[in-house]
Design a protein around this ligand. Structure first.
Ligand SMILES: *Cc1c(COP(=O)(O)O)cnc(C)c1O
Length: 399
């Protein structure tokens, strides 16, 4: 056995994050190479024919397979405890590919109303045009999911914890409902990542990632992944190879290196976010803090069961409304005013006028996104510096 063929069967997650998906070339490079090639050469016309027919294994074209992308796929699959993963061009194309591969005209989807805004748009504005019906329900209300099920329901789709209010889905209960309805349970694991939550082990059929967020961890590239068992993944992979929203080799390399430090980063994000959430709860001009790590949060007990920690995203309501929230945001100096999250840099945003700005007022009221709400994705800076900066914002509210 060559040194490179060490089995990782019994390896722990920290080892998998660093060692899974490594396949060295004859050059003996230590770090993973980036295969920036659109196509691959064949040994002979016979070999070309065999690879095209699938009779022999091997790369043909980077829309189908690319060794760097495969390395990322093997690593994220290992971390999620999955049979297979496939890289995609973005988180949205991961969701699109899953739906295109596994749904058909006449099917019905029950989707959490608390999902990423663009996900809502995909279901409402595009899949609806192709005959897929969707009902939106409150994430944490199991009865609402049960009531929404129809004979043609084929998929439950959700994120847990939710953005920006950190509501938590009861995955075991939804698994039972999905079994009764004979439908797929699809979980967008963007906020927790496999470092904090393993949805497949909690009953999910498919896990979705926006690799753009914590998998990268430094806000450099856009990408995504779909993860699950072979039977479902084969269909998703066929869609991707046919329709083309595949991951680039360079981005795959960035995400692969990101995965190596994912657990350390997620623990640090979670530690700092809990610290900031507790601190915010005691500050003047703060009316309410939403973070599942706080015992006062309605999803706290469930989050404790399902997650190893509570993640890096929290939100809080200031006294007053939009004017006060904007004043607070504008007075900060260190944190970045940007919609992205999952970055080493702390980010701050006003959901009602940005990430959730396209929703109607009624929809926002329904979800509970008030104009006084501010979302913070706590980064990896010194936590005292983050607090000092937020303090500048809170002080400005009263001025
Ligand atoms: C950002 C995000 C997406 C979309 O991912 P992109 O990489 O931006 O396409 C999907 N789900 C969640 C929870 C996200 O935060």
């Amino acid at each position: 056995m060559s040194r490179d063929e060490h089995p990782l069967d019994e390896a722990g997650p920290d080892t998998l994050a660093i060692r899974a998906g490594v396949s060295r070339t004859h050059e003996g490079e230590h770090a993973e190479p980036i295969f920036t090639t659109s196509s691959f050469v064949f040994d002979s016309a016979e070999d070309a024919a065999a690879r095209f027919s699938g009779e022999s294994q091997g790369n043909v074209y980077s829309r189908y397979t690319n060794p760097t992308v495969r390395g990322f796929e093997q690593r994220i699959a290992a971390l999620e405890g999955a049979e297979q993963a496939v890289g995609t061009a973005s988180g949205m194309s991961a969701i699109l590919s899953t739906c295109m591969a596994l749904l058909k005209s006449g099917d019905h989807v029950v989707c959490s109303r608390d999902v990423f805004g663009t996900t809502t748009g995909l279901f409402s504005n595009y899949l609806s045009r192709f005959g897929v019906e969707v009902s939106f329900v409150p994430l944490a209300q199991v009865d609402a999911w049960r009531d929404a099920v129809r004979d043609n329901t084929r998929m439950f789709f959700l994120e847990t914890p939710s953005n920006p209010l950190c509501e938590v889905a009861d995955l075991a209960a939804l698994r039972t409902l999905a079994d009764d309805a004979d439908c797929l349970l699809v979980v967008d694991n963007c906020f927790c990542t496999p470092a904090l939550q393993l949805p497949l082990s909690l009953g999910a059929d498919i896990v979705i990632h926006s690799a753009t967020k914590y998998l990268d961890g430094q806000g450099r590239c856009v990408g995504g992944a779909v993860v699950g068992r072979h039977e479902l993944m084969d269909q998703v992979v066929t869609f991707l190879r046919t329709c083309g929203p595949t991951m680039s080799a360079f981005n795959a390399w960035v995400f692969m290196k990101g995965l190596e430090t994912l657990r350390l980063r997620m623990e640090a994000h979670s530690r700092s976010a809990l610290d900031v959430a507790k601190w915010l709860s005691q500050q003047a001009n703060v009316e309410r803090v939403h973070y599942a790590g706080l015992e006062s949060h309605p999803g706290h007990a469930l989050a404790r069961q399902q997650q190893r920690a509570f993640g890096g995203v929290l939100s809080f309501e200031v006294v007053g409304g939009q004017e006060q929230a904007w004043r607070c945001i504008n007075a900060t100096r260190l944190v970045s005013l940007t919609a992205n999250l999952g970055d080493a840099k702390t980010t701050i945003v006003h959901p009602a006028t940005t990430t959730h700005g396209r929703l109607s007022q009624a929809q926002r009221d329904d979800i509970g996104i008030r104009h006084s709400l501010i979302r913070v994705a706590v980064g990896l800076e010194d936590v005292d510096d983050i607090k000092r900066d937020l303090q500048l914002g809170l002080t400005a509210i009263g001025s």
